[in-house]
Design a protein. Structure first.
Length: 131
């Protein structure tokens, strides 16, 4: 789960999500990186998930350009996951499936500006190039 301190042992052959957002002491800027690793050997199902995420990323990259509606990109990725039989649903009050956004801005404030996450009622989430 992103933005979770985690708990318990790291088990063999299970995914471990690493999500860090360090801040530069010199400039005050934040960075952000997420990685999933496996201690041991990844199962065929984990490999299938990995490939689906990689392919979904390509779907998003193929749509991203100046002025694009982030909701359309997000919806295309969700549809892609559903096509690959990775459904989004709620179980016992917790979201299951694709629970993370597509991206966000970084800068002097963590998650500054643009955020492409769960479908927003406000269609103003558009990609703009600054500078």
């Amino acid at each position: 789960m992103p933005h979770n301190n985690g708990s318990g042992p790291i088990r063999a052959n299970q995914p471990v999500v690493i999500d860090i957002f360090p801040q530069s002491l010199k400039t005050g800027y934040y960075a952000d990186i997420s990685r999933t690793v496996v201690k041991g050997k990844a199962s065929d199902e984990l490999k299938r998930m990995y490939n689906a995420v990689k392919e979904a990323q390509n779907v998003a990259f193929g749509m991203i350009k100046g002025g694009v509606d982030g909701n359309k990109v997000y919806d295309a990725v969700v549809k892609y996951f559903e096509k690959k039989n990775f459904k989004n649903y709620e179980k016992d009050g917790k979201q299951q499936g694709f629970i993370h956004g597509l991206g966000h801005g970084v800068g002097w404030t963590y998650m500054k500006g643009l955020q492409w996450a769960h479908r927003q009622a406000n269609p103003c989430h558009r990609l703009h190039r600054h500078g």
